[in-house]
Ligand binder design. Sequence first.
Ligand SMILES: [Fe+2]
Length: 138
Amino acid sequence: MDKIEWSDIMNTGNVEVDQQHKQLLDIINKIQESIHNETQIYEIEPIVLILIEHMQFHFNTEEEIIKSLDIDENIKELHYKEHREFEKHLNILKHDIENKEYRKVYAVERFTELFKYLIEWFVEHDLKSDKPMFLNDK
Ligand SMILES: [Fe+2]
């Protein structure tokens, strides 16, 4: 897994959303770097918990902004649903960290796998859901 550089293609057109996306990406890259450097799992866990907190805060911010957009209500509902679905994965991650699941045998591989999913979701959601939605605002 390589570091993800912020690219202008990821701009949604909403300054606040873009700013938070960049912050999220910074934390994601920090975790990515720690995994790459084989940092001890107990040192990575707190950073992941910070990421989870930031993502939840970000969803709240984004949804407040979405409410004010002049777009189809169904698109809004679908977007909220995407966030809720992803939160399920964040909750699993959080639960497993709190229960020290990643400190067991092969935990790093399992952790890396789940984290890879998280990164892919983030980039895909930005490009395929957030961006088209903000661009659609009349
Ligand atoms: Fe979103």
